[in-house]
Design a protein around this ligand. Structure first.
Ligand code: PRP
Ligand code: URA
Length: 208
């Protein structure tokens, strides 16, 4: 699984433990989601390109850099919104393009309900944000959309991944790196990640 990165950072593991905890309320859940998203993005963006830029500090001039490529954050609605805030704080110049998908409860297939991407791509690199990579259907469908849009450099950043979802992504989009806080054990019979954290959208938005 060379393109799959599971965080080994103790801060991520510590915060993920609190995130899973069923007694964690939505306010804290949102806070942890934002924080973990930022930490994972730090790990996922190590290879972003930079170009040289001179800078003058109050004490003198020195060589610096700036990010070269325009970055697009692509939160998958709804739960990806919880991650977008944390990532946007790190990259305030990124564009945010929402993709609305929900999983049909019977078939577990993704159903698209929101996509306002313009005809031509406006970004070079996309970070797809969704806390849960379960069957992988939603992530695969989103990457399909972004590839059709014309973006060739795409990364997936999530909290928890099931082996089934990781395998599907690797089959359909092997070149897309997957950054996760943790690879969990399995999916249950209704497509939830075990041990997981439950329904991420419901826990973020208090709708459970
Ligand atoms: C959840 C989650 C992912 C999807 C993962 O969304 O946020 O988008 O399920 O499942 P998959 O890998 O099997 O496709 P959900 O459909 O519950 O919608 P919501 O975020 O609006 O609650
Ligand atoms: N979506 C969630 O929110 N949780 C899961 O465990 C699987 C899909």
């Amino acid at each position: 699984m060379s393109n799959v990165f599971e965080s080994t950072h103790p801060l991520v593991a510590h915060k993920l433990t609190k995130l899973r905890d069923q007694s964690t309320k939505p306010k804290k859940f949102r806070e942890l989601t934002r924080e973990i998203a930022g930490l994972l993005t730090y790990e996922a963006t190590q290879d972003l390109g930079t170009s040289p830029k001179e800078v003058s500090s109050p004490m003198g001039q020195t060589a610096g850099v700036e990010l070269t490529d325009k970055i697009g954050l692509v939160p998958i609605l709804r739960a990806g919104l919880g991650m977008a805030e944390g990532v946007w704080e790190l990259m305030p110049n990124a564009e945010v393009w929402h993709i609305g998908l929900y999983r049909d409860e019977e078939t577990l297939q993704p159903v698209e309900y929101y996509n306002k991407l313009p005809v031509s791509p406006t970004v070079k690199v996309c970070l797809v944000l969704d806390p849960m990579l379960a069957t992988g259907g939603s992530a695969v469908a989103t990457v399909d959309v972004l590839k059709r849009w014309g973006v060739s450099r795409i990364k997936f950043v999530g909290m928890l991944g099931a082996p089934e979802g990781i395998a599907l992504m690797q089959e359909k989009h092997p070149e897309v790196p997957i950054h996760l806080a943790k690879i969990d054990e399995k999916l249950n019979e209704i497509g939830y990640i075990v041990p997981g954290l439950g329904d991420a959208g419901d826990r973020l938005f208090g709708t459970g």
